[in-house]
Design a protein around this ligand. Sequence first.
Ligand SMILES: Nc1nc2c(ncn2[C@@H]2O[C@H](COP(=O)(O)OP(=O)(O)OP(=O)(O)O)[C@@H](O)[C@H]2O)c(=O)[nH]1
Ligand SMILES: [Mg+2]
Ligand SMILES: [Zn+2]
Length: 445
Amino acid sequence: MSSADRSISLLPLVTCPTCWFKFPPEDILWVATHSSLLGDSRAGDAEYRRFLPTLFTVDGRALDEKNEPCHELACPRCHAVVNRGLLEMEPLFLSILGAPSSGKSFYLATMIHSVGAILSKQFRLRFENAAPRANQLMTEYVKTLFDYEDHEKLVKLEKTDRTGKWYIESHVGGQDLLLSRPYLYSVQPDESHPLYAQRRQVSRMICLYDNAGEHFLPGAVTSQTPVIDHMARSEALLFIYDPTQESAFRRASRSCNDASLDPQLETVINSYPQADVLSEAASRVRQLTGMSATDKFDRPLIVIVHKFDAWRPLLKKSPKRLDEAIQVSSTGEATLQLEVLREVSKNVEELLMEYGASIVTAARGFAKEVIFIPVTATGRSPIVAGADANGRVDLRFDPSQIFPRWVELPVLYALHHAGLRSGDDAFIPAENAAKPPAPIREPVS
Ligand SMILES: Nc1nc2c(ncn2[C@@H]2O[C@H](COP(=O)(O)OP(=O)(O)OP(=O)(O)O)[C@@H](O)[C@H]2O)c(=O)[nH]1
Ligand SMILES: [Mg+2]
Ligand SMILES: [Zn+2]
């Protein structure tokens, strides 16, 4: 590290968001920029060489061996690029998991699109795209759904594959690794937040990943493909549960008045039981964190009961109350209303007990704290636009008709539970907290 970097307060240990290796900031590598230095032993032939610098420019940039100033940093283990913000801000991992086609990518994109405005307007927290280049894929997802020229052009997000652009390849310890690509967003108190003076301690770099659902099926993960192991570091697990994949939900939805015409209720897209996907993830987390089979996970398990637009008629008590889950006082302070979330969670859990009890059993068997939050990324059903290249129904949306609902609540809940506070002041204040949130804790290494 250069002397310029040392003058700002660096964390004693930096966490690589790609391979989760922890290292002192002085071990960080730089990425060469001279065109003759293309090719890296770990990051691959298309990447510039990573190196430990000895010479710096006056403004603190390392010089590569051809004397070109450099600007990007890399992990000493996997050689993936490490965002500069991670030298100063602790990461906060949030894992999104679920079966193939459950709606993980739609959830991620719509949540990223919505959460920033709520954090800044209501909670006085600045949510920023911390790595525009590394986050490019996620930015494209958001653009596809919300930044359209012509609403007659129907849109969709492509299926997340098991390999390819969603991942980072590295050659470490004599073997090829496939690692999940992290998407990084910083969240920090703005000048009017009561924790502004403590911003160095409480600001976080949120790290998100978009896995293929197949990675959560048995046997998909090996020591060379630790693509879902972010779950062990995660501050909260966001399990995406898709009722349209459950036969009992489908039967009941088709026969009720006011039935949804969602084509997903007609075709069986995924036949792997979602409760088993959760149990499989739970056993991986137990294995990675050394939890015994009888211990319960001590961080929140948030079951996102997705595609609410499609199963809405089955819910006896409307979850509209969720619109009151954020209350703003006359002085402009926002609080998360945990009582509202718990009440809606209870109603959704009752419905699940009727049509998909196995998911409730799996969730309650794994985590101490489980909350069920209904969500819709799109607000409506997709339209069948023929068949795709693999002969599967091609489901698309009119972009002018996409209205996500409640997508930000799981993240607000997770941030509230991360214990980011000082005295009486919390990053995300909440009312009716059953117990004071846990103190700030280090992510599991
Ligand atoms: N009705 C309804 N359908 C949705 C919603 N969100 C996503 N979908 C549909 O669900 C399908 C799967 O969504 P994705 O986000 O691609 O699912 P995924 O979990 O990322 O799937 P993999 O990448 O295969 O693991 C899409 O074809 C969408 O049409 C929603 O809020 N409501
Ligand atoms: Mg996906
Ligand atoms: Zn790494």
